[in-house]
Design a protein around this ligand. Sequence first.
Ligand code: NAP
Length: 318
Amino acid sequence: MFFDLGTSKSKSNIKEYYDMIIIGGGPAGVAAGIYAVQGGIKPLIIEKDLDGGQINLTEYVENYPGFSSITGEELAEKMGEHAKKFGVEFHYGEVINVNFEKEEKIISLDDGNIVKAKTVVIATGATPRKLNVPGEKEFAGRGVSYCATCDGHFFKNQKVAVIGGGNTAVEEALYLSKIAKEVYIIHRRDKLRADKIYQDKAFNTANIKFIWNSVVKEIKGDKKVNQLVLENRENGEVSNFDVDGVFVFVGLLPVTQLFKDKIKLDDYGYIIVDEHRETNVKGVFAAGDVIQKELRQIITAAADGAIAASFAVREYFN
Ligand code: NAP
């Protein structure tokens, strides 16, 4: 999940043992929970922020079958409600340690709870990658943002930059174009990576402008961000660009720090799974944005969760 999204924490009578512990309550985790219950086993979802995970940060979802347009928040809420209605138990807290060495897996939480299970589904998702340039850390929350739906309203009628050329960057630029006076998409190449449908929308939005072949070298400001130092990658020219805010959408980093040295990860930190979404450790499955795969979407996350839970039931409980 991207940020601390607020809280939907509630009292939970967590037990010591579950058939399946699902770490993360986004679409992958929720789908795993629903399929686990359908398979006749008892799952617990451990979520550190809000049901639905990253979907909460999306303004509108328009590519999930059955919903031609729904706000991210509403879809996230519906997913949580659906799982709870089916009898999936939720606990709101953060996992701080896992032990997958024995058949019984042990999960430790920041609130002191320790829970055990025969199977685990890791559905921890991914967080935004940083630019790692001077000024980024210093001005985070003071003009540097990683979430347009959270912070866009601070930039009403102002001039903002969006860094990146993928689906997230272009979608968020479209969102910001309704609030800010001007939105500059600054991309390191001369072509966007985003799907054509979003590209077309952006090219046809009057207050979205493009700065191609350029990278941010530094973010400058006083109390708040007021300038970017840009480098043109074609001619090496360095220039200053005045802005009121900068939104960074340069890809994702999988949330797998807890699992390093415990399960097999690829070179980028994504979890390697087989076609049943099982990791190299027996009984430990993974699903959603956190796994090595081609297409990171709500629908593929939900599908991963369903596959993981179904095969866990088939392999470990029948
Ligand atoms: P992404 O697709 O990996 O795109 C990252 C963008 O940032 C790329 O344009 C990349 O440039 C650029 N970039 C990477 N590192 C950079 C750096 N250090 N400096 C400047 N630019 C940099 O990531 P994403 O947009 O966050 O999307 C993540 C996944 O979620 C994708 O699979 C995406 O399709 C999916 N997603 C789907 C939807 C949807 O279907 N509605 C919405 C959002 C996200 P290059 O192009 O040159 O590599």
